[in-house]
Design a protein around this ligand. Structure first.
Ligand code: DAH
Length: 342
């Protein structure tokens, strides 16, 4: 076998040198290294070589294969091709490109989150962030939740230890932001929140909220109403009316729930709005003096409003999604329907 290898080395390089065109170089490549080429069949024949000599022969053959491959590439480059096999990859540069089969896309929740933020940026709000693993102090105490408030129960809140929980709302970011900044301020806080819920079509143990906070001298409920209306008009398009219903939240006084006219029936009553013609979209109110006290703002100088809404719910209303779990299962058949939305 050794002689055959030596012969092929000298003959092979002669033949490569003699090849005068790209197709001739290609023909030599096939004759030597192709599926039925001489070197390929020698490699196949290795199994019949005396086991004592086989490793040395194998190494020799592989070296020959590499050397001749290199010679073929450089001869090809000399003649004008870009060299060996890569020449085939370049192909015809004038052909139109092939569009990628499956381009990635933003998750619909992220798309909705960012477009809500854009509307608030347009009204002069900035954006802040807070931790998802939160101190009980920020999630409840500083927000004027009494010690025995049912939301503090482990049935509703995931506790990590008695003082640390997964935040159940984005409202603690209000407190953190006020601690760091002096008024006037107008900011939004989007993020993920957690509650100890059993999952069903409208509940999930994790979901997204966006919180808003405005503090200045003489901020009123009228400012809140105007801000909410501007958001609803911009996000849902038409001139949807909104209404405030009295409610209770520990950290606002007065507190309201905000409804908008049902996007499906336009107020006449349907299954989506429970025949009321209205859909609840957020909680809101005027910042409670005890919250200002907790962050050290003089409560007789400043007033403020706050609001919080579920991004999942807004996304579901906007796109007619009937089950919140679809937003967390990452089923591509669902997600790809939102490609190119917005
Ligand atoms: N944090 C409340 C919740 O999760 C929502 C909320 C209500 C936020 C009223 C607010 C507000 O800022 O003023 O149910």
């Amino acid at each position: 076998m050794k002689e055959t290898i030596d012969r092929l080395r000298s003959e092979g390089s002669e033949r490569i040198k003699a090849a005068g065109s790209e197709s001739e170089v290609e023909a030599v490549r096939v004759a030597l290294l192709g599926r039925k080429g001489e070197i390929t069949s020698l490699l196949r024949g290795l199994k019949d070589v005396d086991p004592a000599e086989r490793p040395a022969m194998g190494a020799e053959l592989n070296r020959l294969k590499l050397d001749l491959g290199e010679l073929l590439d450089s001869r090809q480059a000399e003649i004008g091709g870009t060299g060996g096999s890569s020449a085939n990859l370049v192909g015809d540069l004038t052909l139109p490109g092939v569009p990628p089969a499956a381009a990635g896309t933003n998750h619909p929740l992220l798309t909705v989150l960012e477009s809500i933020c854009d509307i608030f940026y347009g009204m002069g709000f900035s954006r802040d962030d807070g931790p998802e693993v939160e101190l009980d102090y920020y999630n409840f105490t500083a927000l004027n939740f009494p010690d025995d408030h049912p939301a503090r129960d482990i049935q509703d809140t995931f506790y990590i230890d008695p003082k640390v929980c997964l935040r159940t709302q984005t409202s603690p970011v209000q407190v953190r932001t006020m601690e760091r900044n002096e008024p006037p301020l107008a900011s939004i806080f989007p993020g993920r929140v957690y509650r100890n819920e059993n999952a069903d079509a409208s509940h999930s143990s994790e979901f997204f909220q966006i919180e808003g906070l405005v503090v200045d001298k003489s901020i009123s409920m009228a400012d809140l109403k105007d801000t909410v209306d501007t958001f609803v008009r911009n996000f849902f398009g038409a001139d949807e009316p909104t209404r405030f219903r009295p409610h209770f939240f520990p950290f606002t006084e007065p507190s309201v729930e905000v409804d908008m006219q049902c996007v499906v029936c336009r107020g006449s009553g349907c299954g989506v709005c429970g025949q009321t013609g209205w859909l609840e979209i957020m909680g809101a109110g005027m910042v409670h003096p005890n919250v200002f006290k907790a962050v050290g703002y003089p409560e007789d100088v400043y007033t403020g409003f706050a609001f919080g809404m579920g991004i999942d719910r807004i996304a579901m209303l906007k796109y007619g999604v009937g089950d919140i779990r679809l937003l967390y299962e990452n089923d591509l058949r669902f997600l790809t329907q939102f490609r190119g939305v917005f």
